[in-house]
Write a protein that binds this ligand. Structure first.
Ligand SMILES: [Zn+2]
Length: 164
């Protein structure tokens, strides 16, 4: 009985109140939707800094990958796995996990990573990965509109070769 009560409190509005103001709104919504997967985002202020990159800095990618992240969390949360870092790295979604990882987790992660290279990190529209051709390597997965915005700011971008 105790466990049920505790869980209800954890996943209810109290938890939402606890993290409000800490992370941007879309991150809070995603976290509250899968509070066990994003449990690092519900720590108290003191524990947050020394626990994990996720608890300290929140979700380190743009909102365009939100749906991928929501689906990933819904799939992995029941397996007892939780996130310790979520970020964009080389223009793909990178998620570091804690907890015991069943073998099927690797394939689930691979699918999410692959999907993220075809979705605009800025807005969620269909996209692809581009590489900056000047001033050192930098990559981003964007749609045509967001590519144009980069180019209007003077960036030269080329499609990432290995994506075809
Ligand atoms: Zn876009």
């Amino acid at each position: 009985m105790k466990a049920i009560t505790r869980r209800r409190v954890q996943e209810g509005s109290l938890q939402q109140a606890k993290i409000s103001g800490t992370y941007p709104e879309w991150e809070r919504e995603v976290a509250v939707g899968a509070p066990r997967f994003f449990r690092e985002m519900f720590l108290g202020e003191k524990a947050r800094k020394r626990s994990s990159p996720l608890s300290d800095r929140g979700i380190e990618c743009d909102v365009g990958w939100r749906d991928i992240l929501v689906r990933l969390a819904a799939t992995l949360e029941p397996m007892g796995v939780y996130a310790t870092q979520v970020k964009s790295k080389f223009a793909y979604l990178t998620v570091y996990l804690g907890g015991n990882q069943p073998p099927e987790v690797a394939a689930i992660m691979d699918a999410a990573v692959k999907e993220s290279t075809k979705v605009c990190e800025k807005c969620g529209a269909p996209g692809r990965r581009y590489e900056r051709t000047k001033r050192g390597p930098w990559m981003v997965a964007v749609c045509r509109l967001h590519l144009r915005l980069f180019e209007e700011h003077g960036w030269r971008m080329a499609p990432f070769p290995e994506d075809g």
